[in-house]
Structure formats: structure tokens, C-alpha cells
Design a protein. Structure first.
Length: 578
């Protein structure tokens, strides 16, 4: 439990001592030490905010809302306990009475016995249920008191609104309003302006000569290349036994799928363009708790990539790159999911059947997580150690005292070691388990160019191609949303230009409503990028193998809010890594 005074009063302390309960306290202001309890606190407060907002009640009713929210949570199934309810886990039997559950703050009528001419029922607010009392917990607006009644008639289509603090204090109350739910006016959703343009905010600028649908790919001037790439994708899916055709079971729904096309540039100095077609499941149609549960997946941090490259330059390590073909297809599905057959590849005579998925597929919400779990299990079985600071960094200590490192970013991986034999052994292991593409000596990772001079023991990390594509859009940027421009700069900041983080951080504060001055500041950053497009991070031998760090701050330099600002720099092999 936390170190709050409510847990350390004499009465509670004596109770724990009498019952033989040993308590351990967390350090103050460190809720992460009590993660499970803090997550439940967050869950309860999210429900409380919704309940109070929906009812139009003030914060003075928070205790009533928390009590009822906790009552509901205890009677709802949870995936953490195999879809059982906390009530069942605690008492050993499921809750049987759900008839007493009603909408919080709905307007029930409770029976009263007064004079013959007075009403036989009065309106109140439903506040929940109290343990130990067989009745409903109600709040009476007239008396401003909590009462308990058994004989209650509920009208959950109506709620008492505008209950104010003045009513609780005894001061004159404001007029009460009854809100009866009627048909809502039909909404006409508008597409957000930020989605009207196709300038990417991440590593790649979207090509405008790529088909967006299967029918467009068939009519495209390069249709033969797209057809070949789709056939290769289908061969990979069939080889991996991703699905089997079957009739759709009664009560089940099949999600859709679509083809996505892309052109990928070759490595620096190469003009070849790769045509890629990927089959995506329409994961937005999946329902949580039925088609998926957990979806979170880890990726490598860019600072970890820079640290590895610094070690490569400092220790003169071998550095190779590998790519997993159709990585997401290697993850096993834990749920029962059906999908329609892909366009252009429906099996003759079985067009009415659907695909029952055995492996995860691109587009499914759980696919990244299932792939990571599969790869992580393989690395653990191969006796590699996972870094506790970044779970996408794996390493193994060799007999000569050196290490072999592997960094994973979804399906891209970097492998570094002084021993080429150990690298080849790891490659063989990977190829035996997954369908891999050996890219040889590392030249590019996540849109960053890796240029190495082993004689001088130097390694340079740049983003020339990416930044030039961004700068080519400058004439077009008059029509581009502010957020897209800043997003492009932000990716450069994350990868190879960490030293522009302050400037990008300042302009990113005004995403919602940028003015002329903010656009001018963005243009200044773009001019700097234009004049330094060939500049990169240079890691070189000859410095200490220790990380050097610098930190400084100003005092209340923020002219708007008088806030102070702190900055830090971490360097390794004479180059900035964070």
C-alpha cells in the first residue's frame, strides 16, 4: 500500500497487528511500485468520471459513485482471472442476483406513507447498494439526505439533472430539470483536415503512383509487377499455412481484407525499386474480448540503435542486417478468427467459404504482439539474454569475453559481434526457425543510412534520402497541415538529429492552432535542414568506452509561464546517443 496517512492511523495499525497482518509501504510519490492497485484506482476513477458526467452530478457525489463502481467491477468478468468475476474468485461461487443493478443516478420512485392527499411515491436518485442492508441506497433531493428503501420503482429513462452543492449545504436550491432520453439527431461526421493530405509524419513519404485498391492495381500500367508481388505474398501465406478454407460457423462473422501496395527504394547508391504487395486483414472490425485481448508489442528504441553503432565503431565489430519475410505470419493466433478470401485469389468452386486463420496476419490488432512473443521465445530458448532496459535488445556472452548483440525492430534486425563465426551460427538458427532475408553488411535501418569507414574506424549515421524527400515537399507544404510538417521533423529528430529536439519540441506545442509565427519557426528549421542535409552522427574510435553525460538548466526563461527548462546530452564514441 502507499505511504498515505489514511493507511497509517493508529486504529488501522492496531487492527493489522491484532490480525497478524504484516504491511509493506511504497516510497512516497512512486505509484509504479504499487502498479496493480494503482491500475484499479485508475479504472474506478474512469468509471466515476463517466457516471458523474452522465448524471450531471457534482464532485460531492464522488464517494457514492466510487462505491457503486467498485460493486460493478466485482461482478464483471475479467481476463486476468480467466473470464471469472472477482466476486466468484473471492467467495467461490458466482453472483446470482443481478436484478438489483440499475443505472447510477437514475430517477426511481420510493413508496411513502403520509397523509391521504399526499403523493404515494417520491422521486429520488439511485446511489447504489449497501452491504448488510436489503434495500436500495437513494438520495432524496428534498431532504438532502441518504435513505434506504426496498419498495422502489425505477424509471431508468429519466435522470435528475443539475443537482448542485447548494442543495447539500441547505442554501436555496436551483430549479431541478428532468432529462428524458429521446431520439438523437443524426450526426454528419466530417473527415479531419489532417487526413486530407498524404504527406507522412514518419519514416517515409507516401508515393503518389501506387495503387490503393486491387481494381486499380489491375488497371495500372505496372500491373504485371503488382501481380507478381501479390502472387509472392500468397505463396508465403500458403507456405506458412496461415489459414484453411471452411464454411462460416453459425453465429460467427468474417472480417474483410484488402491489398496494400508500396514501392521500396533500394540501398544507397542503388536505383532498384522493390514492388511489394501485402494482404491486410481489416482489424478495425475486430471486437475486444472476442477477437483479441492484449495487443501491446515492443520495438527497439532509437537510442539503443545509436549505442550499438557507437560500440561497433569503438570496438570494430562486424555489423550485419537481416529481415524477416512476412514476420507477422509467424505468430500463432490464440483466438478463433474468420476472414473473407482475398480479391483476385478466390478458390474456384469454394468462393462461398471463408479463411479460418491459424497464424496472425498483418492488420490484425494482436499480430505485432504475437510475432514478438514468438521471436522472444526463440531467443530465450537459444540461451540469449534479454536486456531489462530494452526488451528488443538481446545479447550473449562468448567464450573470449566478448558479446554478440541482436536488435529487433518489428521485422528488421541488426546483429553485431567480433566473431563472424558466431554471427553466421545465429543466422543459421534464425533461418531454421523463420523465413529470413540476409541483407549482408548493414547499410540502412529504418530509413537511416549507415556509412562506415573501417580503416579510419568511423561510422556515420545520416538521413539524406529521407530529408531530401521532405524538402522536396516544401513547395507543396503551403497546403500541408502544420502537424504533418512537424511530424516529419520529429522523425528526423528521433533518428539522426537529436540536437534539434528543443526547436521541434517548441513548435510541436502549437499543433492545435498554429499561427504565422509558428509557421515561420518551422521554415527556419527546414532551412537549417536544407543547408545541412549531408550532416549526420559520426561515431569513431579513440574515445572512452564509457558513456559521458552533460546536464544543464536555465531559470524561469519561459517568457509565457516563467518555467525553467532542463537539457541533457549523453554521448558514446564521440557522438550523441540521447
Amino acid at each position: 500500500m502507499n505511504n498515505g496517512g489514511e493507511y497509517k492511523n493508529d486504529l488501522f495499525t492496531k487492527f493489522c497487528e491484532d490480525e497478524g497482518i504484516v504491511r509493506y509501504f511504497t516510497v512516497r510519490h512512486t505509484p509504479q511500485q504499487n502498479g496493480v492497485a494503482e491500475c484499479m484506482n485508475r479504472t474506478l476513477l474512469e468509471k466515476v468520471r463517466c457516471m458523474l458526467s452522465n448524471a450531471g452530478l457534482g464532485k460531492e457525489f464522488w464517494a457514492e459513485a466510487v462505491t457503486y463502481a467498485c460493486h460493478l467491477v466485482n461482478r464483471l468478468p475479467s481476463t486476468a482471472i480467466n473470464r471469472k468475476t472477482p466476486f466468484e474468485k473471492w467467495y467461490g461461487k458466482p453472483a446470482t442476483n443481478y436484478d438489483s443493478l440499475h443505472v447510477f443516478s437514475s430517477a426511481p420512485y420510493y413508496h411513502v406513507k403520509e397523509s391521504k392527499l399526499d403523493p404515494r411515491a417520491k422521486k429520488a436518485l439511485f446511489m447504489g447498494i449497501t452491504s448488510g442492508i436489503k434495500g436500495y441506497r437513494l438520495w432524496c433531493p428534498e431532504t438532502k439526505k441518504t435513505i434506504f428503501r426496498r419498495d422502489v420503482t425505477f424509471n431508468e429513462s429519466a435522470m435528475l439533472k443539475k443537482v448542485n452543492v447548494e442543495q447539500l449545504d441547505g442554501t436555496p436550491k436551483k430549479q431541478q430539470h428532468e432529462s428524458v432520453t429521446t431520439s438523437k439527431p443524426k450526426r454528419n461526421p466530417k473527415r479531419p483536415a489532417r487526413l486530407n493530405d498524404t504527406v507522412a509524419c514518419t519514416s517515409l513519404i507516401v508515393a503518389d503512383d501506387v495503387p490503393t485498391t486491387y481494381s486499380e492495381s489491375v488497371r495500372d500500367s505496372e500491373n504485371e509487377k503488382w501481380r507478381i508481388s501479390m502472387s509472392e505474398e500468397m505463396q508465403s501465406l500458403q507456405k506458412n499455412q496461415t489459414w484453411e478454407l471452411t464454411n462460416l460457423p453459425e453465429g460467427k462473422k468474417a472480417i474483410g481484407c484488402k491489398w496494400v501496395y508500396a514501392k521500396k527504394e533500394g540501398f544507397p547508391g542503388q536505383d532498384n525499386v522493390r514492388y511489394k504487395a501485402r494482404l491486410l486483414a481489416k482489424g478495425y472490425a475486430q471486437k475486444e474480448g472476442i477477437d483479441y485481448n492484449e495487443v501491446f508489442s515492443l520495438v527497439i528504441k532509437h537510442s539503443s540503435i545509436r549505442i550499438l553503432l557507437a560500440l561497433v565503431a569503438e570496438l570494430d565489430l562486424e555489423l550485419v542486417q537481416m529481415d524477416v519475410k512476412t514476420a507477422f505470419l509467424h505468430g500463432d493466433l490464440e483466438e478463433e478468427i474468420y476472414m473473407v478470401q482475398p480479391e483476385g485469389f478466390k478458390v474456384a468452386g469454394k468462393a462461398h467459404e471463408v479463411c479460418k486463420l491459424h497464424k496472425s496476419l498483418y492488420g490484425l490488432k494482436q499480430s505485432p504482439r504475437q510475432w514478438y512473443k514468438q521471436f522472444d521465445k526463440f531467443m530465450m530458448d537459444s540461451k540469449y539474454t534479454r536486456s531489462k532496459y530494452n526488451h528488443c535488445v538481446y545479447l550473449k556472452k562468448l567464450q573470449d569475453g566478448s558479446f554478440i548483440y541482436l536488435l529487433l525492430y518489428v521485422d528488421d534486425m541488426l546483429i553485431a559481434s567480433q566473431s563472424l563465426d558466431k554471427i553466421e551460427k545465429l543466422k543459421t538458427q534464425l533461418k531454421s526457425e523463420f523465413e529470413m532475408k540476409d541483407l549482408g553488411e548493414a547499410k540502412m535501418i529504418l530509413g537511416m543510412d549507415i556509412v562506415r569507414d573501417r580503416k579510419l574506424r568511423k561510422l556515420c549515421l545520416t538521413q539524406k534520402q529521407y530529408l531530401r524527400r521532405v524538402l522536396k515537399q516544401r513547395a507543396y507544404m503551403e497546403k500541408v497541415p502544420y502537424a504533418n510538417v512537424v511530424g516529419s521533423l520529429m522523425y528526423a529528430m528521433i533518428c539522426t538529429r537529436p540536437y534539434i529536439s528543443h526547436s521541434v519540441g517548441m513548435v510541436s506545442r502549437y499543433m492545435h492552432n498554429p499561427g504565422k509565427g509558428h509557421w515561420q519557426a518551422v521554415k527556419w528549421i527546414l532551412r537549417y535542414i536544407h543547408n545541412t542535409v549531408d550532416v549526420g552522427l559520426v561515431f569513431e574510435h579513440g574515445s572512452s568506452q564509457w558513456v559521458e553525460r552533460y546536464c544543464d538548466s536555465d531559470y524561469a526563461r519561459d517568457l509565457d509561464k516563467r518555467r525553467s527548462m532542463t537539457g541533457y546530452v549523453f554521448t558514446l564514441a564521440k557522438a550523441l546517443v540521447s
